[in-house]
Design a protein around this ligand. Structure first.
Ligand code: BTX
Length: 323
């Protein structure tokens, strides 16, 4: 609710200091009893709050959950994540975001869940999304760009997530074109961009992000144990998911604004800084067949350039990449 959001904003500004009950009731425009009720609700969600006579309330500890409250406490964005649809368990956050987008949800609306029972990857592949360990979220965008440019948003998202991981986990990940983020050669993040558009106009783009954060190795199903990893495995310590979500949203919003103003080129330059496969031999499996060659880089439009043995350059818009 609006009151709740204001309360959390107050606590973010206080940065761990006390705020008097008087001040809270003034800012929220409600009675001291109502304030107390809001505080009790926060406690039920797992927030630890200290209440001291004359001093007021302060937040001592936030739970490691990804509820709207957790994410909005300390969120620095203008629009991204200002409206959050949270659920404990969903089939897929993409599905809910698609419905909300269809119903007219604003740009920047975020759908996030603790668990997905039918998380999906590209081409109907599965995305494992166990409870309480990772970040499973979908962001609704309504970019004023031609539909054929939408894949650039996947690359932009990869840069934002890579930056956020670098900031919060102190790890520099690799981006593998177009939609994987790897650490030590293992998949830690997957991005799924889904487009709703007429031939000449985008209605919405749903950016699905799956990030393995606090899983231990035995929490991965056998079939992906050798190819997947989590931030906690790589760093050796757990990471607060809500803080990582805040950082991702902030980076995404900045890059998106930059992108709408200046186009893809500045994003491309940042992207290249994280892409380690450039200059190496890779195999691209496309719908029209398999091409082996040296990855030369991406064009100013975000298209992969691959040089085969005959020195012929292939421009690849969509493929699965093996190194
Ligand atoms: P992708 O098709 O590139 O990758 C899917 C493949 O990755 C699977 O076939 C499997 O081998 C492997 N995989 C599955 N789960 C995991 C995992 N947790 N960690 C590492 N590897 C895995 C990538 O598709 C795009 C994934 C997007 C997921 C987000 S989560 C929020 C949103 N909702 C939803 O249903 N999907 C997106």
């Amino acid at each position: 609710s609006d009151t709740r959001r204001k309360l959390l904003e107050l606590f973010s500004e206080a940065n761990g200091d006390f705020i008097s009950g008087q001040k809270i009731s003034e800012v929220l425009g409600c009675s001291r009893t109502a304030v107390w009720k809001h505080i009790e609700e926060l406690r039920k969600e797992g927030f630890e709050l200290e209440a001291v006579r004359r001093l007021g309330y302060r937040i001592v500890k936030t739970p490691d959950k990804v509820t709207a409250n957790e994410i909005q406490l300390g969120l620095k964005t203008e629009t991204f994540g200002r409206y959050i649809h949270f659920e404990e368990e969903v089939t897929s956050t993409q599905k809910i975001a698609l419905r909300l987008a269809y119903e007219g949800a604003k740009e920047g609306t975020l759908v996030i869940a603790e668990q997905q029972t039918a998380g999906r990857g590209r081409m109907d592949r599965k995305w494992f999304s166990p409870k309480g360990t990772g970040i499973w979220m979908s962001l609704i965008l309504r970019p004023p760009i031609p539909p054929q440019k939408a894949p650039q948003l996947t690359l932009l998202t990869a840069v934002a997530i890579a930056q956020a991981i670098q900031e919060k986990a102190n790890i520099v990940p690799d981006i593998k074109w177009p939609n994987d983020i790897l650490i030590n050669g293992k998949k830690c993040v997957g991005i799924l961009t889904e487009l709703q558009a007429d031939p000449d106009r985008i209605h919405s783009v749903i950016i699905g992000m799956g990030i393995n954060v606090n899983q231990t190795l035995d929490q991965f199903p056998e079939e992906i144990r050798t190819i997947a990893t989590s931030l906690a495995i790589e760093k050796g310590e757990r990471i607060q998911r809500a803080q990582l979500v805040q950082e991702i949203l902030l980076r995404l919003e900045r890059l998106y604004q930059q992108y709408l103003q200046y186009g893809f080129r500045p994003i491309k330059l940042l992207w290249e800084g994280y892409a380690t496969s450039i200059g190496k031999e890779i195999t691209a499996r496309t719908l029209n067949g398999t091409i082996k060659g040296i990855a030369l880089g991406i064009t100013d439009e975000g298209v992969l350039m691959l040089e085969d043995e005959e020195k012929h350059i292939h421009y690849i818009h969509s493929a699965d990449i093996q190194s």
